[in-house]
Design a protein around this ligand. Structure first.
Ligand SMILES: C[S@@+](CC[C@H](N)C(=O)[O-])C[C@H]1O[C@@H](n2cnc3c(N)ncnc32)[C@H](O)[C@@H]1O
Length: 332
């Protein structure tokens, strides 16, 4: 082996000595070894050198030992929400984006607050990364969606919802001051999905759908169908409203309608509902009233519509289950 190895890289740059050899190989013409002889010897002993066919040594770098390139301001490496991740909320952000933000700006056990949490991407990321979280949203559409999303992704999750009606008075108050929010809330409370299609005010007598599966168990034939929900928040309800719902069933070719009313129905209304007849499950021959009236009292008494088998997931996109569910104690 020719040449000396006493200079380290700094000294070598100060007084470059062309032509030193390492295992009979000189550096490329006009270049110098990047490492001192001591380091080169250590790397060789550690197996960190790899040799080209010319005998030229190169230092082995392992990806998991590299710091990587710091992120710049423009994050264009995250694809938009698509496929199974998409939940149908118009402003949904990719979970990978929120995971990156949460991971970069907090530690496990910290509290993440999203005061406009939409479909809950930030709280989903916070839960996944072992943070506490508080999510706030003004609409029950969001609250219901986030509730389902988190329960699908983290089946063991435990959280509280604060601010939804917990009793009759609360519910009546919501119906009086925010009828639309009341519709969203009660529809989800009875297992349905709020209807948001079409122009505002042009719901054509439909406030939501409640999906059910008939004859799902055992009979070799099954179908998912939607009962139509109509919500009445006012004090003045009458028989004409029940007839209207019958008309909607005809128009939509639906078998069952659920008339949800804050005010108690009159006898005439109950009679009109009974006159709408029954729908019979074609396989089981089980009968179901075609128009079912449900009052707020019924809902708080735990009564639900009579349907073959509620399918609470039909009509909704299901958030994929997360592989890791790190449980954080609830803050409240
Ligand atoms: C742009 S979205 C948030 C989207 C969210 N980052 C996501 O990825 O799902 C804004 C949300 O703020 C909610 N919002 C609007 N005004 C609010 C208010 N005063 N208080 C709480 N939430 C509000 C809306 O209901 C909506 O869900």
């Amino acid at each position: 082996m020719g040449g000396g190895w006493e200079a380290d890289i700094d000294a070598e740059f100060e007084t470059p000595k062309d032509g030193w050899e390492y295992r009979q190989v000189p550096p490329y013409k006009g270049r110098f070894w990047a490492f001192s002889r001591a380091n080169m010897t250590r790397f060789a002993r550690e197996g960190r050198l790899v040799y080209a066919s010319s005998g030229m040594p190169e230092y082995k770098r392992y990806l998991d030992e590299q710091l990587g390139v710091p992120l710049q301001n423009d994050w264009d490496d995250l694809p938009p929400v698509s496929g199974r991740e998409r939940l149908g909320y118009p402003t949904q952000k990719p979970i990978a984006l929120l995971e990156r933000i949460v991971a970069a700006s907090s530690n496990p056990g910290d509290v993440v607050l999203d005061p406009f949490c939409g479909c809950g991407t930030a709280v989903h990321a916070a839960q996944k990364l072992g943070r506490h979280w508080v999510g706030i949203d003004i609409t029950y559409l969001s609250i219901g969606l986030i509730q389902r999303r988190l329960m699908n992704a983290f089946p063991d999750i435990n959280f509280n919802i604060i601010g939804e009606p917990s009793g009759l008075d609360d519910a009546r108050h919501l119906a009086a001051v925010e009828p639309h929010q009341f519709q969203y809330w009660i529809t989800q409370k009875i297992g349905g999905q709020p209807y948001r299609g079409g122009r505002k005010g042009a719901d054509r007598g439909i406030d939501g759908y409640i999906y059910y599966t008939w004859n799902a168990v055992g009979a070799g034939r099954a179908g998912t169908a939607a009962a139509i929900i109509s919500v009445k928040t006012g004090r003045n309800v009458g028989v004409a409203m029940v007839r209207d719902l019958c008309g909607v069933l005809e128009r939509e070719k639906a078998d069952i309608g659920i008339f949800v009313s804050v005010a108690a129905p009159s006898r005439d209304m109950a009679r009109e509902a009974a006159a709408a007849g029954i729908w019979t499950d074609p396989i089981t021959n089980e009968s179901y009233p075609r128009i079912q009236i449900l009052t707020l009292d019924d809902v708080f008494a735990g009564r639900i519509p009579k349907l073959p088998l509620l399918d609470r997931q039909a009509g909704y996109r299901r958030a994929p289950r997360e592989a890791v569910s790190r449980q954080q104690p609830s803050l409240f």
